[in-house]
Design a protein around this ligand. Structure first.
Ligand code: FES
Length: 179
């Protein structure tokens, strides 16, 4: 009798089930979607901020001589890191570096991340050989960043930089880590 009344109004049991299942699916999607989106595109951790980091060099830019490399580190208050502009081997564009070198080679200035392209150990300047040497597995790089001896498979990564407000400072693209 009730069924007949419902049917009379054009609202069958099948229509009701369709609406019910549809509502259930919509509710499930609406509930599950926000956490899924947060999982796929997480917000940057609180306090983390991209931007140029101001670095004071031990030797002003205009006093760096040919074949000289000046080491610098990322600020630690607050903790920060440089962002690699390119990469190869174990390094990739967007990877973080906690140090670098400004080097003048044949009149050209380059700024490299400190990470060896093999497994990321910190390279060091070999003053006498005028190379960058990696203490971990013996890789050696020319001052222009290219590989002189492996196992490093790729040149050193560049950092994006520009001159600061005076000859002693440079601004290097980086990330303030916020802790
Ligand atoms: S990490 Fe530099 S040679 Fe292996």
């Amino acid at each position: 009798m009730a069924d007949a009344a419902v049917r009379k109004r054009g609202f069958t049991r099948r229509t009701f089930l369709g609406w019910w299942i549809g509502s259930l699916m919509t509710a499930t999607i609406v509930t599950a979607l926000p956490p899924l989106l947060v999982f796929l595109w997480p917000a940057p951790p609180k306090g983390q901020r991209k931007g140029p980091l101001t670095i004071a060099l031990d030797t002003p830019m205009d006093q760096i001589t040919d074949g000289q490399a000046v080491k610098f580190s990322a600020p630690t208050s607050p903790n920060s890191a440089f962002i690699m502009a390119d990469g190869g081997g174990g390094n990739a564009a967007g990877d973080l570096a906690f140090g670098g070198f400004v080097v003048k080679n044949q009149g050209k200035i380059n700024v490299f991340a400190i990470n060896c392209s093999h497994l990321g150990c910190s390279i060091a300047l070999n003053e006498s050989a005028k190379t960058f040497d990696c203490p971990c597995h013996g890789s050696r790089f020319h001052l222009d960043g290219t590989v002189l001896r492996g196992p490093a498979p790729a040149p050193l990564s560049h950092l994006t930089w520009k001159q600061g407000s005076d000859a002693k400072t440079i601004q290097v693209d980086g990330l303030t880590l916020g802790f």
